[in-house]
Ligand binder design. Structure first.
Ligand code: ARG
Length: 459
């Protein structure tokens, strides 16, 4: 097959090198964006008089036909033609003849590929935004249902203070909402058009870059041609966003896995999201969150690959950049899969409210409430801390909980303690007392839900 760049060569490409340098096996995924960019480029060339209207029509018709061929599986991808760009261009010339050879006027594969990736990534970002919205909405709905559900809150994975399950779920919503806003921010820097930069220095044709940008819905044109063809920091920024989402999902996964164990018994995942063991008949394994936790590793890996790919690269385009695609594609595929898995799984979780409540009754979790009570009765916080510490030690020695202690016993630790102490020692009293912005009280959970729903609307 005759290469589109074979003019200066006398020896054909080594067969292995041909395969080694080709990207068509994976970059064919960009076909629709490549065609979209080519059509806009051709329209601009006609607009400035470089192509006639007749030529433009032939090119646009030819490219649209090629798109159909690809979608119907009739397109013959060729390794010899290296990448998606040259495969499509060669086919265009095969179909429409000499006019096809005019499409690449004032353009290079360098600005072409940079444009394709940006169009593709922008498209995927819009999907991922929707995925995030769906997941956050699902979590808010579960949080609303569980606004009053009491569970133990942990620090150091040790019982700390009682919280509401609704509040716990909303913590995930806050993280994912920040991810969403990071993605929105990233999109602005993705949506900049490299076309017109050509190989690296721009082109001698009187191109109208704003005209092309407008057709492709880019908000800006890249301000420097060297930067336009070589920059991939927008891909890294996206990979960073993805790594953060996965970090969040991995933490979430970890909790779901712990909580569905017999030892915690806080939730049960739907059978539809678990698998069994081939040897242990009793097993029901939380594979979905485990796999999400596991996939976090490869997505971090892609971020590091991309950073390293760009490290020390001299300006402008280098073939190294062809290596940007597979990590990006894999990041997108897996991130979408993980978001979808969580969105589908979360509404079906069964919350074991009684177990959560029982677990919250252990571990002296209202000790801080008792200290705060003493402070309200004019004991300093440090003294109160000491008093409650001793009370807890007494409970440990007599194997009971704080609320089991008789008033006379409590009074041996501090004379200011009165009958009203028992109300603050209850789990309900404890969570209800944390009634301020960001607190765990059910009434605050409802307020937070309203705010999060509003934020979700605007983002
Ligand atoms: N397949 C190439 C890539 O993905 C397209 C750009 C090639 N440009 C070049 N000058 N060889 O980066």
């Amino acid at each position: 097959m005759n290469k589109l760049w074979s003019g200066r060569f006398t020896v054909p490409t080594d067969a292995f090198v041909e395969t080694f340098t080709a990207s068509v096996e994976f970059d064919q995924r960009l076909y629709s964006f490549d065609i979209m960019g080519s059509i806009a480029h051709a329209q601009m060339l006609a607009h400035i008089g470089v192509l006639t209207e007749q030529e433009l029509t032939e090119i646009v018709t030819g490219l649209n036909d090629i798109k159909q061929e690809i979608e119907q599986g009739k397109f013959n991808w060729s390794i010899a033609l290296e990448d998606v760009h040259m495969n499509i261009e060669a086919r265009l010339t095969e179909k429409i003849g000499i006019t096809g050879k005019k499409l690449h006027t004032g353009r290079s594969r360098n600005d072409q590929v940079a444009t394709d990736i940006r169009l593709y990534l922008r498209h995927e970002i819009d999907f991922i935004q929707q995925y995030l919205t769906q997941l956050i909405s699902v979590l808010i709905a579960v949080a609303e249902r569980e606004a009053e559900t009491i569970m133990p809150g942990f620090t150091h994975l040790q019982s700390a203070q009682p919280i509401t399950f609704g509040h716990h779920l909303l913590a995930w919503c806050e993280m994912l909402l920040r991810d969403k806003s990071r993605l929105q921010d990233c999109r602005q820097r993705v949506n900049i058009m490299p076309l017109g930069a050509a190989a690296l220095a721009g082109t001698t044709y009187p191109i109208d870059r704003h005209y092309t940008a407008n057709l492709l819905d880019f908000t800006e044109v890249a301000g420097n041609s060297l930067d336009a063809v070589s920059d991939r920091d927008f891909v890294i920024e996206f990979a960073n966003f993805a790594a953060l989402v996965m970090m969040h999902l991995s933490r979430f996964s970890e909790e779901l896995i712990l909580w569905s164990s017999a030892q915690f018994h806080f939730i049960e995942l739907s059978d539809a999201f678990c698998t069994g063991s081939s040897i242990m008949p009793q097993k029901k394994n939380p594979d979905v969150p485990e796999l999400v936790r596991g996939k976090t590793g490869r997505i971090y890996g892609h971020l590091i690959s991309l950073l390293t790919l760009m490290k020390s690269q001299p300006l402008a385009y280098n073939k190294d950049n062809q290596e940007d695609k597979e990590p990006l594609f894999d990041t997108i595929d897996n991130l979408k899969a993980c978001l979808r898995a969580f969105t589908d799984m979360m509404p079906g979780i069964k919350v074991q409210r009684e177990s959560m409540y029982k677990a919250a009754q252990l571990g002296f979790m209202t000790a801080t409430d008792l200290a705060d009570y003493l402070v309200r009765k004019d004991v300093t916080f440090r003294d109160a801390h000491e008093i409650v510490g001793k009370t807890v030690r007494h409970c440990i020695e007599s194997n009971c909980q704080l609320e089991d202690l008789k008033l006379e016993i409590l009074q041996t630790f501090s004379a200011v303690i009165e009958k009203d102490v028992y109300k603050i020692l209850t789990l309900e009293g404890s969570v209800n007392a944390r009634c301020h912005v960001g607190g765990t009280a059910p009434s605050q959970v409802r307020i937070a839900i309203k705010r999060l729903r509003e934020q979700l609307e605007i983002l």
